[in-house]
Every structure is written in structure tokens, then in C-alpha cells.
Design a binder for this molecule. Sequence first.
Ligand code: PLP
Ligand code: SF4
Length: 465
Amino acid sequence: MARTAVVRKINPQQHMAQPAGSGRASTQFNVFTQRDLGKIQQLNKLPEEIRFEMQVVSSVLPFRVNEYVINELIDWNNTPDDPIYQLTFPQRNMLAPEIYDRMAQAHRNKLDAESIKTLAKTLRNELNPHPAGQMQMNIPQLGNGEILNGLQHKYRETVLFFPGKGQTCHSYCTFCFRWAQFVGDKNLRMSTTEAAKLHTYLAKHTEVSDLLVTGGDPMVMKTKFLVEYLEPLLRPEFNHIQTIRIGTKALTFWPQRFVTDEDADALITLLERLVNAGKHVAIMAHYNHWRELSTPISHQAIARLRNTGAEIRCQGPLLAHINDDANVWAKMWKMQVKLGMIPYYMFVERDTGARHYFEVPLAQAWHIYRDAMQQVSGLGRTARGPSMSASPGKVEIQGITEIKGEKVFVLRFVQGRNPDWVQHPFFAQYDPQATWLDQLKPAFGEKEFFFSADYREIQQARKVA
Ligand SMILES: *Cc1c(COP(=O)(O)O)cnc(C)c1O
Ligand code: SF4
């Protein structure tokens, strides 16, 4: 821990003492949603038409952005191209033209709020709110027995936990595949038995070594709830839980969570206790662009987390309009390494919501990944990818090559429903347009992929069970 010397505990009082309106170091969490669009000063300088488009799009897709993001991360002289603006503010083309037109018409006709809501529901259903076999937090999915009351157990050694109070975020990403949960009922309450259920499940499943707490963003929760979930894991019956990961974008959207929030110190203490008791604690930080790493407060938050002995691993999707540029990734990975973090994954954006706006063909994704990798040192080359979190597992594009005259994608599972699939290379016909695993066809005239029959059996077994 060579960084120890530079890390100091920050006295939250000192930061609170900043004069209001100084524009820097805002410590008060202020958030804007669709109905507050008119209150965002910076938007008033944009053309009326753009503001109307935002109203329309945010009637369908979730919108939430806080003052820190607006004041300190977005470069308002560079809209609409600014990556953080694209990351958080709705753009017309995020909706398919016919969906946009229907909602725009409703606004022009000045329909009442209730009718707009009803139309929004209809339109959302056309946006694939529930991508194949993946994380559905609110609705325990029928025919997919893995998800029950906030728990998902897809890969043998890892359990995902979605705490009820962590199903929101400090701001929303415009590309988020979890968007369906943000626009649904806000009736989510943490059930008093939620922690008990988690602990009962984990105590029984000794094959599980990793707990991954995710959301939304679990860091929107007060520390006292995180304590309730995590501290019991120090008991001997949880010795098999060696690793506790917490997925978060708070290092981007609200780094104050770790520095100046009133329970920031308690959070740091919780992490320290887990580490000192021998758990590997990993903060799975969601990053899309090096600009998210550009503020002093974000550096303070990273340093404080690192000082607890927790690792910070960085992951995020590749997105048109935000980071479809090898130089952006190379610079981001270099900055992450410099700040003591570990690049972990480059994801391929999945097929829901505004995907058509953000999607990057797999072939292009691989070129970006490779060109970025070539620019960084070995310590930056820990990022796997580009990786698709598909229903059978996480599939990485390893390369594009030619074998006996046929141009192919070389693929492998980095995670699989069947652990036997992992690291097994396989091949698909090259297709420059393909954007997802289900669009790929086996190479060399084979009828199906090596895992297909096995996967059908797994699906079948699950339906019967
Ligand atoms: C990515 C993922 C995990 C964790 O996989 P690792 O390869 O261990 O990082 C666990 N469960 C699900 C559903 C995932 O998508
Ligand atoms: S932080 Fe994560 S869960 Fe929250 S909106 Fe962004 S991608 Fe979605």
C-alpha cells in the first residue's frame, strides 16, 4: 500500500463550509428529473427545439441527473458532442423515429399527464425492456428460476444481490439496460427479511465464493443498510464468501459519497473491517470515459477507497457517441492505472432501450479494443473484452482472422452457465454488421455452436424445474 502516505481522512465539516454557489466542491446532493428540466440553467441556452426533444425522450426513457454532473463533468461549450452530456441527457435519436413521433405528437397536442404516462407505457413495451434471460430485479422471472427476491445465481461461484433500496442511481445513464426498473413502480421497499434471505441463501450455498452487490447503485443506500447486509458475512458460517464486490457508478456520479457525505466515514470503516477480517473487497466501478476521472473529488474518493485495502476494478460498455474511440479507452485505462485502479471489462452494449443509438458492431468493437490495448502497458491490459453478457454466458471477441480461406470471429466464454464452456475457443462467420451473439452463425459450415445443445438442455431443465 504505497499510497497510504498521500491519503488523509477528509473532515466533512471543512467541505460543508464551502460557500454555497461557489460552483466547486458541491457537497449537497441536488438532483433533477424530467419535471425539473426547465430548472437546469445550462439547458436554457440551448435551442427551444432541443429542449422540446428532451421533454419527449425523457417521457419514455428515464432521466435523472445531479448538480455535480451538470456543473463539474459536462463541458457545456461542447454540446451535443460532450460525452458526459450524451451519457446523461436525452437526445432525440435515442428513440426510434416512429416512437419519437408518437410521443412528440402527444406533447404537441398537450395531452394531460395521465395520457402521456399511458402512452409512455405502451411505447416502452416496444423497447425490449427485458433483454434475454438477464437481470430482472423486480419481477422474479418465470421460466428462469435464478431470480428470486433480489438474488440471482447464474454462475456457480458468484451470487448477485440487488438490495431493494439500491435500485436507483445518483444519475441515470442514457444507455442503461436496467432502465425498465427506473420507470416502473416506485413501490420498492426494502423488505425487513431481505438481509436474512441473503444470509440464509449464502450460508447454504458453500460453492459460492463471490457475492456481488449490484443495482441500480448500492451506493445510493445509507451506510447503515450496507452494514446490515455485509457485516454478518464476517461470521464463521460465511468463511466460503471470500470476495465481496460492490458495483457502483458513484465514483463518477457522486464521489462525495465516499468523502463528504455524512456517513462516508462509516462506509470507509465498514470496508476496512471487511478487509481486515480477510475478505477481498472489490469496488466494481462503472466508467465510460476518462472525463469521469477529471475532478479532485473523484481522486479523493478513489484514494480513500484504496486506503481501506479494497481493490477498485473498472468496467463499462463501449458506446457510440460516448466512447467509440480507441484513444478514449487508452487514456481512460492509463488514468485508472495511474490512480491505482484495475481495468477489468469492456462490455458490448446489450439489446434494449436506446441500443440502436449506442450500438457498435462487434467487428468495430474488437478493433477499438485492440487499438486501445496496443497503447497501454501491461498493467492496463487487464481489461477483458469486448464482452457480451449474453444468456449462455459472457462471450469475449478474441479476434478476427482467416482460417483456411474463411474470415471468422474467434470467440471464447469468460463466464458460462456451464463452467466447462469457459476458455473454450470457438468460431463464428465474420459479419461486419453483427452487434450481438444471437446474430452470429457458426463458421466452417457447422450447424450450431459447441455449447448450443448443452445450453438447450439447461434451458429445458429450468422450465421443467
Ligand atoms: C459478470 C457476471 C458475474 C461475475 O462474473 P465474473 O467473471 O466473475 O466477473 C456474475 N453473475 C452475472 C449474472 C454476471 O453477468
Ligand atoms: S449507473 Fe448503472 S444501473 Fe445506474 S443508470 Fe448507469 S448503467 Fe444503469
